[in-house]
Design a protein around this ligand. Structure first.
Ligand SMILES: Nc1ncnc2c1ncn2[C@@H]1O[C@H](COP(=O)(O)OP(=O)(O)OP(=O)(O)O)[C@@H](O)[C@H]1O
Ligand SMILES: [Mg+2]
Length: 305
């Protein structure tokens, strides 16, 4: 059984279609990254999948339960971490967890709270007010609260936004530990390094699913060619290249320039004059996931117009 199997989900707000025939399959035990520009429908799709919103079209199953008829069962077995911190700042970590344990009617409550605190390394801070926690610890509390009732599926909505790299690393180690124990995870993020820690990724733009697969699949299928330029006066080179047909993206990275195009021949031709410049070297580079996403964004915006 797949943990998530939904097809052609549609959600409209007024006359705007913000989720437009989205289909997604997530295998049990898989960690799938959900990426896409702001306002593209990630949060809305996640809320459809945990039964908090009703779809205007499409359907499917989550944990084997029908989205349309079994929303209550889905809510019980899914852990949903919202995009914004939604705990009581004037309660301690332990009190917040106790409150959540009450909501889920977990018994004995104290055992659940103590075990969860221990599991996520929160025991030493159990009496600290949630409002005084740093970003990384807040996220850890939020994760604790959504796994305490032992869900089978985690839906995490930008769980690490604004968290420092070390705390993010630890958060992801934790996600992998949970997945190794059989939990399935769908996680939205804007961070490329986090996308690379997922088994698979899905990219949505303006309500439409654009690509899905492993990071390698998505990068390869995008069919982009990348060159790296090194040398003097690259600012001037960048300005000239931006105007040249065949060049889709020009971006300085430190002392180098990344030049990306979807038509390899046209890109080679565009770069030809710069190969002859004094002190400029032109070499083939690896296309990054970020390059691919930037390309997706510019082409889907064109489609919107
Ligand atoms: N309750 C609502 N009523 C009206 N419009 C809404 C509502 N919720 C979301 N939207 C709109 O739906 C679109 C998709 O929003 P959503 O929050 O799902 O995007 P997102 O991909 O999660 O974006 P972000 O990366 O910024 O979190 C946006 O244009 C948003 O303004
Ligand atoms: Mg969102």
């Amino acid at each position: 059984m797949n943990a998530i199997e939904v097809h052609d989900l549609v959600k409209r707000f007024g006359d705007r279609t913000v989720v437009d025939h989205v289909s997604m399959t997530v295998e049990t035990g898989e960690i799938v990254g959900f990426l896409g520009p702001n306002g593209s429908g990630k949060t809305t799709t996640i809320r459809l999948m945990c039964g908090l919103l009703t779809a205007d079209g499409g359907g499917g199953t989550v944990l084997g339960y029908n989205l349309e008829t079994d929303a209550l069962k889905i809510k019980r077995e899914v852990g949903y971490m919202t995009q914004r911190f939604s705990f009581y700042e004037d309660l301690t970590i332990a009190e917040n967890l106790d409150f959540v344990a009450r909501l889920y009617q977990l018994k004995p409550r104290k055992d659940y709270v103590d075990r969860t605190l221990e599991d996520l390394g929160l025991t030493s801070r159990r009496n600290q007010l949630a409002g005084t926690l740093s970003g990384g610890w807040k996220q850890r509390l939020a994760l604790a609260a959504c796994i305490m009732h032992e869900p089978k599926l985690l839906l995490l909505d930008e769980p690490t936004a604004g968290v420092d790299p070390k705390a993010r690393r630890e958060f992801w180690d934790e996600i992998h530990r949970l997945a190794a124990g059989g939990l399935t995870v769908l996680v939205s993020t804007h961070y490329m390094d986090e996308a690379e820690r997922c088994h698979r990724i899905s990219y949505i733009a303006y309500g439409k699913m654009i690509a899905t697969g492993t990071v390698e699949d998505v990068v390869r299928d995008a069919g982009l060619t990348t060159f790296v330029l090194r040398g003097a006066r690259l600012g001037e080179v960048a300005r000239a290249l931006a105007e040249t047909p065949g060049v889709d993206q020009v971006a300085p990275f430190g002392t180098t320039l990344h030049v990306v195009g979807s038509d390899a021949k046209a890109l080679e031709k565009a770069l030809e004059p710069f190969r002859k410049r004094d002190g400029v070297t032109v070499e083939r580079g690896e296309t990054s996931l970020e390059d691919v996403f930037i390309q997706f964004m510019s082409s889907s915006q064109d489609n919107m117009q």
